[in-house]
Ligand binder design. Sequence first.
Ligand SMILES: C[S@@+](CC[C@H](N)C(=O)[O-])C[C@H]1O[C@@H](n2cnc3c(N)ncnc32)[C@H](O)[C@@H]1O
Length: 265
Amino acid sequence: MQLVNITEGIYQKKFINVSNKKRNFKWNTKKVKWYLEAEKASNFHKKVIDFLKPHLNNINSAIDIGCGLGGISIGLQRENIKVTALDKSPMIIKTLENRIVNEDNILTIKANYEDIYIKRKYDLTVASFVGGLINNENLKKMLNHTSKYLVLVMPTSNIKNDFQIDRLYNILNMDISKLKQPTYKNIEKTLTDNKINYNTKFFKASFGQPFKNFNESKEFLYDYFKLSKDKDLEISRWLREKLIIKDNKYYLPNNKKSAIIIIKK
Ligand SMILES: C[S@@+](CC[C@H](N)C(=O)[O-])C[C@H]1O[C@@H](n2cnc3c(N)ncnc32)[C@H](O)[C@@H]1O
């Protein structure tokens, strides 16, 4: 198979097989805007960096797999670490590049992690909320290119419950199995099966969503959670119960509980 060099030590398969895997999440311009707004009011990425700080003494290089809009990459870069921020979404990489024009130490790569070979080592590998990407094969791949720490940030609940959306699904009689997601427990099992030592810690962070008006909050729910429009009345009622006013804006609270798995090489 032919490989194309993307950057030092990272190669991409020339002929990429189009994956048949079902992908539930797709970025769009509205989601990017909402995420950037939510991130401003959130302490999630700061908490991840705070957890990592005691381990960062001898860390010079890191790769952030599925970096999204770069909250973790930017935090690591500010700890004087040279960061490679990798995401498969062109829209995300473009937005991140605009965001980091003044940050020196972040290299962005637009690629699907499953389609690349990494022949160099990073002191630290981070993969936060990249869901189904963390399977047995990819875990081994991540460990292979990590020289000091592999850090995986994962949900704790096997049913997606951001914004208590699981409760709304119940009210709307929607199929709750659509909210299923892999958790830290799946990873722990894989690690145990492979006799790999790890340390798991838990943390809570706020990751609520601000809106400029009520209609936008509805649009957000429809867009993110694929709700059916014929339940508009119930959805509006639920939103009126949940929304609060914060900094003069509507705000849908979300207390995100996460697990952080740290594997020391
Ligand atoms: C929920 S976001 C998490 C962003 C960031 N890691 C964080 O914790 O804030 C998941 C990101 O992973 C990216 N992603 C998912 N699968 C990927 C893959 N196979 N290769 C590269 N990026 C991937 C998506 O495009 C998305 O931007």
